[in-house]
Design a binder for this molecule. Structure first.
Ligand SMILES: [Zn+2]
Length: 128
């Protein structure tokens, strides 16, 4: 990241750039995807060797009504969801950036009117 802009023209330019990137975002998906390997617990199976475990299994997990729900996905579906989850993270990052820039713009504009903004700080998103 570059230094945060401090004058209103730069803030506006960064905001326009963020909007342009927003327009490029494809489909999104909630949740996260993990790749798992499993041991079937049969001591005679090849998976007794940690290098020879079964898999990969792609597991999509998300929150539903406060609980974590998981589904196993075939590899080609997993590839799609992986892309959509990456899109969602990009979307959230752009929205965060737009909110920060808006906050800075508000400070700039009101300071220039001699009425510095002491409005709400927006809540910080937890690091995903
Ligand atoms: Zn096994």
């Amino acid at each position: 990241m570059t230094e945060p802009p401090t004058d209103l023209d730069s803030i506006t330019a960064e905001y326009q750039a963020a909007k342009a990137r927003l327009a490029e975002i494809g489909f999104t998906c909630e949740g996260s995807l993990v790749c798992r390997y499993r041991c079937c617990q049969n001591p005679n199976c090849r998976c007794a060797d940690p290098e020879q475990r079964h898999g990969p299994y792609w597991q999509l997990s998300w929150k539903h009504a406060g609980r974590t729900v998981s589904r196993l996905l075939p590899a080609d579906d997993a590839a799609l969801y992986q892309e959509w989850i990456a899109n969602r993270r990009a979307l959230e990052q752009i929205l965060d950036e737009m909110r920060d820039l808006s906050h800075q713009a508000g400070e700039q504009i009101l300071a220039s009117r001699g009425r510095p903004l002491h409005g709400p700080d927006r809540p910080r998103r937890r690091a995903a």
